[in-house]
Design a protein around this ligand. Structure first.
Ligand code: HEM
Length: 538
């Protein structure tokens, strides 16, 4: 009858505990047999040969041979930190999530990352940055798996393998590492014009953050929040750094990339160790949950669109402080596994087709990366809420489950797993009406506007930011070998802004093409500029 608790501690199972520092009175084999020597292999006489019989030699080398696991297929390069999230209570009206109730404190683990480079690549390259947060809430883990750029390259997850294949190093030369300066990247974004919005953010100073501590973070997708009364709103998540948003200049980024490829990782670690704890405010933009799922004419399910802050204020709902560095990079930063389906009651997903595909991809890749289905038992991934699931066995199973087989109802073992009060505490999927429409492989027509918000971003920049954007496009496109790709990207720039197009074309020594669509009439959003803005509101 006792509930199955996941991953009993060593004390519970009677197993010995591995000392954190692997320090002790004497050295043993992995089986606990005391050793006398770990510096010499067992040989037939001092001049050898080495004997196959030496099980300590074999164990030591075999384990070493298997120390590496696959790096993440994207976001391989990262750095993490522990912290605490404190809720202001300001979200209580729109979500029943317990960790957002006033004064609640929740442990978190955050992993920042670049997207395209390998595990050993440099920190200061021009790229998007990941900003993934694991909230260990007492109602289950909530993973907010965001980026430092509020839009994405594609509108449908089925295109994710394509954009990543195009952005990763060329398969023959394995270059370039972690930079957008190559043919296949520009081929993709000029052929898929929905990528132009994310791309201009990459070409802006946002693509080369000064520090993880000075980055905004965005949940990108629209989520659905549910309050105690079952009422829903649509919402977008924003992280605002206390230190403000700051970038490197391109020259700084390149120099630092050579002098200190670990610049961001070092900065995060050193700041926390020095007691200068990085802080962010979590905020939400809230929109009415209408059947159209639009706000101010913007399709909230289109992940290539933002809602300018001037149209929907970012309302602060809590504060994140990172105050502890990982003890072990592999155990924590490398093995942490985020997943958008980790949702507490009160936060639900929407039909954004990019979000829907992500719900599949993360666990799927982690099954390979972390070697089977039990990676939720790895300490960094263990929920802080009590776990009583019906999962059994599998590779790397650490729990010793007692009782008969887990099935429900079950008259031999176990009680009623759904006691009274569940409605109050359980995750309930919002019963959103599904459209009565034919199955199609198509996007809604509202996804077809690929230029308005790119122009909006461009027009919102200060003169110095515009100058940096022009130089970035010129530098990155200048690295392409194929002139046809440069020309096609210039045609996209013409649809964003003639000045931008002309300046980049001049830099590339090519003629500036004419726009192929009328220039969209848009109102700039001063909040998009990094210049002259106070962060956060207090
Ligand atoms: C990893 C963000 C779109 C697949 C990550 C990470 C972040 C992230 C921050 C790193 C997590 C970590 O630190 O461990 C985003 C954002 C997206 C997006 C903000 C768009 C809004 C997608 C899509 C797919 C995808 C569309 C697939 C269809 C993956 C995979 C990983 C990953 C496979 C590696 C996960 C792992 O190995 O643990 N993403 N991503 N992402 N993402 Fe995404």
């Amino acid at each position: 009858g006792a509930p199955q608790t996941r991953t009993p501690t060593g004390a519970e199972t009677g197993a010995p505990t591995i000392a954190n520092g692997q320090q002790g009175a004497y050295l043993t084999t992995a089986n606990g047999a005391r050793l006398r020597d770990t510096d010499h292999s067992l040989k037939a006489g001092p001049r050898g040969p080495v004997l196959l019989q030496d099980h300590h030699l074999r164990e030591k080398i075999t384990h070493f041979d298997h120390e590496r696991i696959p790096e993440r297929v994207v976001h391989a390069r990262g750095a993490g930190a522990h912290g605490v999230f404190t809720a202001y209570g300001t979200a209580e009206a729109v979500t029943r999530a317990g960790f957002l109730k006033k004064g609640r404190e929740t442990d978190v683990f955050v992993r920042f990352s670049t997207v395209l480079g390998s595990r050993g690549s440099a920190d200061t390259v021009r790229d998007t940055r990941g900003f993934a947060t694991k909230f260990y809430t007492d109602e289950g883990t909530f993973d907010l798996v965001g980026n430092n750029i509020p839009v994405f390259f594609i509108q449908d997850a089925i295109k994710f393998p394509d954009i990543i294949h195009a952005g990763k190093p060329h398969p023959d030369r394995e270059i370039p590492q972690a930079q957008s300066a190559h043919d296949t990247f520009w081929d993709f974004v000029s052929l898929h014009t929905e990528a132009q919005h994310h791309t201009i953010w990459n070409m802006s100073d946002r693509g080369i953050p000064r520090s993880y501590r000075t980055m905004e973070g965005f949940g990108v997708h629209t989520f659905r929040l549910v309050n105690e009364a079952g009422e829903t709103v649509l919402a977008k998540f924003h992280w605002k750094p206390k230190l403000g948003v700051h970038s490197l200049t391109w020259e700084e980024a390149q120099l630092i990339g050579g002098i200190d490829p670990d610049f961001h990782r070092r900065d995060l670690y050193d700041a926390i160790e020095a007691g200068a704890y990085p802080e962010w405010e979590l905020g939400i933009q809230v929109f009415p949950d209408t059947p159209e799922e639009t706000f101010a004419g913007i399709d909230l399910l289109d992940p290539t669109k933002i809602v300018p802050e001037e149209l929907a204020e970012v309302q602060p709902i809590g504060r994140l402080v990172l105050n502890r560095t990982p003890t072990n990079f592999f155990a924590e930063t490398e093995q942490v596994a985020f997943h958008l389906g980790h949702l507490p009651p009160g936060i639900d997903v929407t039909n954004d087709p990019l979000l829907q595909g992500r719900l599949f991809s993360y666990v799927d890749t982690q099954l390979t990366r972390l070697g089977g289905p039990n990676f939720t038992q790895i300490p960094i991934n263990r929920p802080h809420a009590a776990v009583n699931d019906m999962l059994r066995d599998g590779f790397h199973q650490h729990a010793v489950h007692a009782g008969v087989a887990p099935y429900r109802p079950n008259s031999l073992d176990g009680g009623n797993p759904f006691p009274a009060g569940d409605a109050e505490h359980a995750f309930v999927d919002v019963p959103v009406t599904v459209a009565q429409a034919p199955k199609v492989r198509a996007n809604p027509a509202s996804f077809d506007d690929h230029y308005s918000q790119v122009r909006l971003f461009w027009l919102s920049m200060s003169p110095v930011e515009k100058e940096h954007i022009i130089r970035a496009y010129t530098f990155e496109l200048g690295k392409c070998y194929h002139q046809a790709i440069k020309e096609r990207q210039l045609r996209s720039l013409a649809n964003i802004d003639p000045v931008l197009c002309e300046q980049v074309a001049t830099g590339l020594g090519l003629p500036a093409p004419q726009p192929t669509v009328p220039l969209p009439d848009v109102t700039p959003s001063p909040a998009l500029s990094q210049v002259g803005r106070e962060w956060p509101s207090d």
